[in-house]
Design a protein around this ligand. Structure first.
Ligand code: URA
Length: 439
């Protein structure tokens, strides 16, 4: 078999066989296929797409290209993935709620890059916590508390690492089959039998328009179910930041507040409960309505909050800091953004806010950049809320003294109107095996 012929077949719109896909994945991982041929094939996939069978087979081959996790059947394992957003700390809420229901969450998460954050960075703002742990410690922890959130192990899905890095520099990121296989290969390798996906759409998301987001959701559900997992996806809005905080320690504290029963009915609460309900529904036989009630109850009775504290302690962290923030690094400076006019907030562009937060020190523009765990933004006036001229509408936190340029960008990112617009939908729909429900 020759890589040249595989590229030519995909260029001509043919479906690749299992053997051809296997040749490709084995070839890139063993360094036998040069980057120019890998990128040529990915461009041909970008232009001509892939069938259901090809997508599912490529994904499984990628998932098995490195280490994989396996769990004994005594654990009901669940996982959650978000396609990335601004202020998205739902993993810190969904995982403890699921664990409080007796489900096992042994989840490997990523770090943030660009305008989106990562669960590992958020948790690393907690003094003492260990996110890069050995496999033995990972196992000990999920067996003990039912909940372990860690960084990615060294050699999981190497095929995706190679493909993703090349896609990033060859304009082939935004291909639905390549995104679907990239995300789902990591989920399949991570071993959980039950998976909920939060596919974001809007200005702060990968998939800016809802049709593409539903398409991606459908493909990912399809791949997961074809490979023996229970998978459902919610398509949720990411045109405004989720919740009121962006930045690592700020987001941990906001997630802790939700788990302590605060902010009931907020956007963050509603999306988190809906995602947790999917996992409860698929593992218990409860209806979505009953599962939603269960998720709410686990927040209200404090058991989910206790799970988060137990997890932090098991990972060597100081759980007392999430009580009220004492013990977390504080920023050198805070800066209030003052409303220039009376009115109502219509929207706050999520992507711009993510970039401002990154520039305040909370994120990285390249993988090796250091981050400031205390930096970020607190939004005081969210879309739909009233503004009074001269009153603070947001607060910046940073070790950088001069925040005036970023303040200008924040004001530009906020659309203000004289009239209050009707509330917009947060959850656009749900995708399960062979079924799309638009809300
Ligand atoms: N996230 C991933 O992990 N892979 C993609 O291709 C896009 C988003």
């Amino acid at each position: 078999m020759k890589m040249f012929d595989i590229i030519a077949r995909k260029r001509d719109g043919k479906a690749l066989t299992y053997e051809e896909l296997e040749f490709f994945v084995n070839g890139i991982v063993s360094n036998k296929i040069p980057d120019y041929q890998t990128t040529a094939l990915m461009m041909a996939i970008y232009l001509n797409g892939m069938s259901r069978r090809e997508t599912s087979e490529l994904c499984m081959l990628m998932a098995n290209s490195g280490d994989t996790l396996e769990f004994s059947d005594e654990y009901i394992t669940v996982d959650k993935h978000s396609t990335g957003g601004v202020g998205d700390k739902t993993s810190l809420i969904v995982a403890p709620v699921a664990a409080a229901c007796g489900l096992t969450v042994a989840k490997m998460s990523g770090r943030g890059l660009g305008h989106t954050g990562g669960t590992v960075d958020k948790l690393e703002s907690i003094p003492g916590i260990i996110m890069d742990m050995s496999m033995e410690q990972f196992e000990d922890n999920y067996k003990k508390t039912g909940l372990c959130l860690s960084g990615q192990s060294g050699n999981m899905v190497p095929a995706d690492k190679i493909m993703y890095a090349l896609r990033d520099v060859t304009a082939t990121i935004s291909s639905i089959p390549l995104i679907a296989t990239s995300i789902m290969s990591k989920k399949l390798a991570a071993g959980a039998k039950n998976i909920v996906l939060d596919v974001k759409t809007g200005s702060g998301a990968f998939m800016e328009n809802p049709e593409e987001a539903f398409d991606l959701a459908e493909k990912m559900v399809d791949i997961g179910t074809a490979n023996g997992r229970r998978v459902s996806a919610l398509v949720t809005m990411m045109d405004n930041p989720l919740g009121r905080t962006i930045g690592n320690s700020l987001e941990v504290l906001e997630a802790a507040e939700i788990l302590k029963g605060e902010h009931v009915g907020s956007d963050l609460y509603n999306v988190s409960v809906a995602l947790a309900a999917e996992l409860i529904h698929m593992t218990s036989g409860k209806t979505i309505g009953e599962a939603t009630e269960t998720a709410r109850k686990k927040i209200k009775d404090g058991s989910a909050y206790k799970k988060l504290c137990d997890m932090i302690v098991a990972q060597g962290g100081d759980a007392s800091v999430i009580e009220n923030g004492d013990g977390l690094k504080k920023p050198l400076y805070t800066h209030e953004i003052i409303s220039p006019e009376d009115g109502f907030v219509v929207s706050i562009d999520a992507k711009t806010i993510g970039i401002i937060s990154m520039n305040l020190g909370a994120g990285r523009s390249k993988k090796t950049d250091p981050i400031d765990y205390s930096a970020g933004i607190r939004i005081l006036r969210k879309p739909g809320e009233e503004l009074k001229k001269g009153e603070p509408m947001a607060v910046f936190y940073s070790d950088i003294k001069d925040m005036s340029e970023l303040e200008k960008k924040y004001l530009e990112a906020c659309e203000i109107s004289d009239t209050q617009l009707p509330e917009r939908k947060l959850i656009l729909g749900r995708v399960t095996k062979g079924k799309i429900e638009e809300y």
